[in-house]
Ligand binder design. Structure first.
Ligand code: NI
Ligand code: MN
Length: 222
């Protein structure tokens, strides 16, 4: 079983009992992450914006963990004396826990005003489960292709609107990608991205798919 813990915003921890991978470690309520949670082996970053980058450098340093991200962002992290592995869209690579493949995401990416390459999504394969973290993105039709090439067990999709898809487009994204289950993310962190996750769940149910509303701090198993 793969444990998936949600920390709020776009931050998730994948734990197979042997290794821990944290994705976009911006954790709005620090109390929701235990000391054990933060003993991670890898950090996957979808882009450089502070609401995703979080304290990635500190996490990497504390654990001698490797940051996995797009090339430019990985180079920046490497220049800050942490281990980093750079990739680009469409590329996949095997790590000790499984595989990461980067996908497109329609968004921007910078860190402290510096250009950080493309924003991406990531398909993380661990314990024979494919988890697709969309990153920050608008809707795109190739989500259909992504789901066709890699059957997705769990899709993590932004619904907060303004910077990413809103509820309607996110439901369409689920229809395109056709995952076994979906968790909404990137909403209700601050007023500008408030969204109704129940409405999203309803829309997803109407197309015969399953949305799991996970509260920050909760863990599910897939
Ligand atoms: Ni962003
Ligand atoms: Mn964001």
């Amino acid at each position: 079983m793969l444990k998936v813990k949600y920390f709020g915003h776009s931050a998730f921890l994948l734990d197979n009992g042997k290794e821990k991978i944290i994705i976009d470690p911006f954790i709005p309520d620090k109390n929701l992450a235990t000391e054990e949670d933060l003993k991670v082996n890898y950090i996957v970053l979808t882009h450089g914006h502070s609401d995703h980058f979080g304290n990635a450098l500190e996490l990497a340093k504390n654990n001698d963990a490797t940051i996995i991200s797009v090339y430019e962002l990985a180079n920046y992290c490497g220049s800050q004396d942490v281990k980093a592995h750079g990739m680009c869209v469409g590329g996949s690579h095997d790590f000790s826990f499984g595989k990461v493949k980067l996908t497109i995401a329609h968004h921007s990416s910078s860190h402290e005003g510096q250009y950080m390459g493309s924003a991406v999504g990531a398909i993380i394969t661990i314990d024979s489960k494919n988890v697709y973290h969309c990153g920050d993105t608008g809707l795109f039709y190739d989500m259909k292709l992504i789901g066709e090439l890699t059957p997705i067990d769990l899709m993590l999709v932004p619904i907060g609107d303004n910077y990413t898809m809103g509820v309607d487009d996110a439901a369409k994204a689920v229809e395109f990608c056709n995952p076994k289950a979906v968790i909404p993310m990137h909403y209700n962190t601050f007023p500008l991205i408030n969204a109704d996750s129940d409405l999203f769940a309803d829309k997803v149910k109407k197309i015969g798919k399953k949305a799991i509303i996970v509260k920050p701090g909760e863990t599910i198993e897939i």
